[in-house]
Design a protein around this ligand. Sequence first.
Ligand code: SAH
Ligand code: SF4
Ligand code: F3S
Length: 467
Amino acid sequence: MKLPSLLEAKKRTTKKVEYLDYNNNPSLFGLNKKYYLKTYGCQMNEHDSENIKGILESVGFNNTDVMEDADVIILNTCAIRENAHNKVFGLLGRIKHFRESNPNIIVGLMGCMSQEEVVVEEILKNYKWMDFVLGTHNIDDLANVVKKCMDNKKLQIEVYSKEGDIVEGIPVKRDSNITAWVNIMLGCDKFCTYCIVPYARGKQRSRTKESIINEVEELKEKGYKEVTLLGQNVNAYGKDLYDDYDLANLLEDVAKTNIERIRFVTSHPWDFTDDKIISKYKNVMPYIHLPVQSGSDRILKLMGRRYTKEEYITLYNKIRENVPNVSITTDIIVGFPTETEEDFKETLDLVCTCKFDGAFTFIYSPREGTPASIMKEQVDENIKSKRLKELNTLVNKYSNESNKKLLGTIQKCLVLGVSEKDDTKVMGYTENMKLVNIDASKDTIGKIINVEITNAKSFSLDGKLVK
Ligand code: SAH
Ligand code: SF4
Ligand code: F3S
């Protein structure tokens, strides 16, 4: 049994990252058995889930969408905010109930929550009936852990609180055959004072350029149209591995594979140098997610973000001026400890200045073990909710305005599937990442088509195919 430790997870040393190869488990012990997987959290977790599926299917399991039919149930969890926790424990309660009539079902917790001491303590106290907890550092051990649980029904806890290494060649079962996630780096060393990610995901470590480019080339050969390069701070790519190779170089090499569309998330303003703004390659898409978190310099400092409101706006304007048709979205937290009405006004002011194409807004949620969680003046929940509402009204106004600007224009859209709103239509994304529900036949799925924008709402556009 290996339990998580926040103290260990916090450590950063100069120890070199190990690059390992996936050690295959050849036995097909999952044949005629099904797994159910539920995923919470960010794109990184979604991509981890594609690895979880890949591993389970490589040992014979089949996927099911019906939890009650599964032999193995896995929750791939997120720890970023408290409500993510509550949802998972709520679902575990339900699972416990129907597992009573079928005690052979294997139930496992994976993802960022499994890296938290408080969560594992809770499981050891109140959820002893579960079968395994497997941390983010050893997804590659999943087949062995499930096998062990099937052979011997005892709670297995395998959570390493370490800086982390990189395992290449983990099986992957992708959710789409049009667009694919590609990790370019793992972990985070920024330690923003509110955030659990550096503890849950280990240190910032880059994959080698060769393995990334190979993966993109393979995807292109298989017919994929788009890749999204993933990392918590993609602008810091390569810093830990190369002296003279960074995100700008990587984007250039990935662009040269001639895959049709390349995206990258998330950008931290800190490492955003000019050469990363301007790409001469047409297949690098004009969309940047640039989280700001707050408009108040005092709060930004307490958050440990290392830029001022002014510096953020300067960078923001530089991107707008240099990237034609770019759209820029952001993340904002309201109610960080000590946030006053004045601080909040600064955030509203920043939103008015930047006029973001979209923003993900969050109420600050204290995460145990992070410095912000023990700051004295936590903001009252009612005030947090009031601020969130006010902020959302403003944010929606600007995303609506930005969408309206596209009315009547022709946009190139990559069609990903049938529209969720109306199954006689298809849905896709513009180059600058706007969701469009399109009047076009299903034959267009997987293709890049010209679409005339006919209607603009706050969160999506409507359009029709034009030749
Ligand atoms: N690496 C990215 C963000 C990853 S987490 C970056 O630094 O830009 C996604 C978003 O969740 C963050 O941008 C932040 O807005 C939000 N978030 C993180 N921790 C939070 C917390 N404790 N409470 C509320 N929101 C949080
Ligand atoms: Fe969290 Fe900050 Fe790292 Fe983003 S940069 S993952 S907010 S610590
Ligand atoms: Fe992502 Fe949530 Fe973990 S946002 S990195 S799944 S804490």
